[in-house]
Design a protein around this ligand. Structure first.
Ligand SMILES: Nc1ncnc2c1ncn2[C@@H]1O[C@H](COP(=O)(O)OP(=O)(O)O)[C@@H](O)[C@H]1O
Ligand SMILES: [Mg+2]
Length: 276
């Protein structure tokens, strides 16, 4: 089943600005989709639609097989957790514990169930011991973990993540990727970081008001026109390998991971550890 389905969806902000046009997207249960595109491409707008927070201006959007309308939106939202681009838009309770517990409490769950969910979510995101901390005094990386814990505590079927690793230090970024790596939910992750996208996702949507590309990464990295149009930049090791290919006249698909880059080098240069 398609857990998210958009048919000819357009979205116009109340001031008249057309942020999205004619989107046809289907995402199946368990898919991991990277959403990439330049600033202003409409990534955050699309995630708000997919979360049932905005209603399409035109076309049809379904979440878990149910068309999202003014009437059905509230029920649809229960299936989806959106991690906002800015955690300050998401965390607002006086303590971390209350913040993470806010969603499950709102669902009317019993005290012990809430406690268990909060503990699990805090464990998964590595913020045990933060229960009494004041959320707005935390570092950006810590705030993002709190916001993520709040999402996980609601156990949604679909996780929508709006630039979750932006502005995190390398360790914070790796920790976040590790948390996501272990998830089984359907994931849509908006990111500028193609290395994170390659690692976490198995398909990619390139957005610039409309969908420029929908498919696998291998096709995308060879599609110069789309890369340029969306102003995407391949990871540095990938660009290094492209330059090397040009210089040596070798031909291979730009590698998506360091491991793939190593494979290419081994196959094209040498096969023994001593460099011969
Ligand atoms: N609340 C708003 N009102 C009017 N226009 C908006 C609003 N939010 C975003 N936009 C516009 O919609 C377009 C898409 O924005 P956004 O979804 O935030 O893009 P992205 O997340 O890819 O950077 C941009 O042109 C932006 O200026
Ligand atoms: Mg955005």
């Amino acid at each position: 089943m398609d857990v998210l389905r958009l048919e000819r969806v357009g979205y116009r902000y109340p001031d008249g600005r057309a942020a999205l046009e004619d989107l046809n997207i289907s995402i199946r249960a368990g898919d991991r989709v990277a959403l990439v595109g330049p600033n202003g491409a409409g990534k955050s707008t699309l995630l708000h639609l997919m979360a049932g927070l905005y209603l399409p201006s035109t076309g049809k959007l379904s979440i878990m097989g149910v068309e999202v309308t003014r009437r059905s939106a509230e029920a649809a939202r229960r299936h989806v957790g959106l991690l906002f681009q800015d955690p300050d838009d998401q965390i607002f309770m006086p303590s971390v514990w209350e913040d993470v517990a806010f969603g499950p409490m709102n669902y009317g769950l019993g005290e012990s169930e809430v406690k268990q969910r909060v503990q699990e979510a805090m464990h998964m995101t590595g913020i045990e011991g933060f229960e009494e901390r004041v959320p707005h005094r935390l570092s950006l990386g810590e705030k993002k973990r709190v916001a993520m814990a709040g999402l996980l505590a609601m156990s949604p079927d679909i996780l929508l993540l709006d630039e979750p690793t932006a502005n995190l230090d390398p360790q914070g970024r790796r920790d976040f990727v590790d948390v996501l790596d272990r998830r089984k939910e359907t994931i849509v992750i908006a990111t500028h970081d193609l290395a994170v996208a390659f690692h976490l996702a198995d398909k990619v949507l390139v957005l610039k008001r409309s969908v420029l590309y929908d498919g696998g990464f291998a096709g995308l990295v060879q599609n110069e026109a789309v890369l340029q149009e969306a102003r995407l930049e391949l990871p540095s090791f990938s660009r290094l390998m492209q330059s090397w290919a040009k210089e040596t006249g070798k031909s291979f698909r730009p590698p998506l991971t360091v491991q793939e880059a190593l494979e290419v080098l081994r196959n094209n240069y040498c096969c023994r550890g001593d460099g011969h």
